[in-house]
Design a protein around this ligand. Sequence first.
Ligand code: SF4
Length: 355
Amino acid sequence: MPISAPSIAALLGKISRTPLSVMEVCGTHTVSVFRSGIRSILPPTLRLVSGPGCPVCVTDQGEIEAAISLLDRGAVVAAYGDMFKVPCKGGSLASKRSGGLDARVVTSAMEVLSIAVENPDREVVFLGVGFETTAPATAALVSEAARRGVPNLSVLSFHKRTPPAVELLAADPDLRLSGFLLPGHVCVILGHAPFRFLPEKYGLPGVIAGFEPDQILLGLAEIVRQHEQGAPALRSVYGTAVKKEGNTKALGLLEEVFRHRDAPWRGIGTIPDSGLGLRKAYESFDAEKRFSLSLLPGAPPAGCRCGEVLTGKIIPPECPLFRSACTPLSPVGPCMVSGEGTCGAYFRFYKGDRS
Ligand code: SF4
């Protein structure tokens, strides 16, 4: 059974005997850890390592270049706002929009349907970005566009799957991670099963937690408890929000529209089976096919160490460009662009200590 809140302090105190490195996979956890000052109350032997769970950050250079090329070819490109400032060698969606090309910010995938219907003479492409939290909305868009027969709408899917990336990190001998704090919202969709490999294959605790500070502390304490008792397991401290079977309706939509495929992750390379591409039944809505694009890993900007930041191998201040050439106003890499990016979080909150 997961522990109760009053036990947290006692359990965290015990780890002074056992150094632990716990990865918080999700950028929302990273920001909450900083905002709340949790690090300052943790024992020095408990190290929190930030992971790759920021969708904008892991979108590969080559993927952004493909999106920009569609603008250059006259398409309307619609995307969530945090994609707009991500730079690549062809510029950014924002700079292309300033130059007169038709890049549009949307706050929901379904808005793209209206744009396509209102502009029947234009090709309208939605950039599907994010993990299992945003992919169901893209799947719903494709399914609805097919049902209504909207011929000028397509999706360029950069969607990524969380479990293969977590497994890559769990298997990395250099990282020597002691456990994973898993993102509650991803597990609301996926349920428990996709992360069972953590205890079963790697002997590591995996604890699903929400994003409030008390949830994070509860999750960390649960990881410590499992270490203390030598009983790694997959547990949720997110109450009733996460069902073991996940959200079956959203999973059904994902299964209907997407297939698993290899995908490029920024600075990390191609992770097998970690992407979501459109199934053959929906290939007429697949922008890769419609525009004959191939999503190959692109070269990161010179000096940018996003890949090492995203895999917890360095912290952002170890990148020579941090706070000098790379700032939120003038980002070199996407880890500095996104509100959930590790470099952006360190820029705003890190004071050179256990902040
Ligand atoms: S500080 Fe900037 S250049 Fe360095 S890793 Fe982060 S995003 Fe890349």
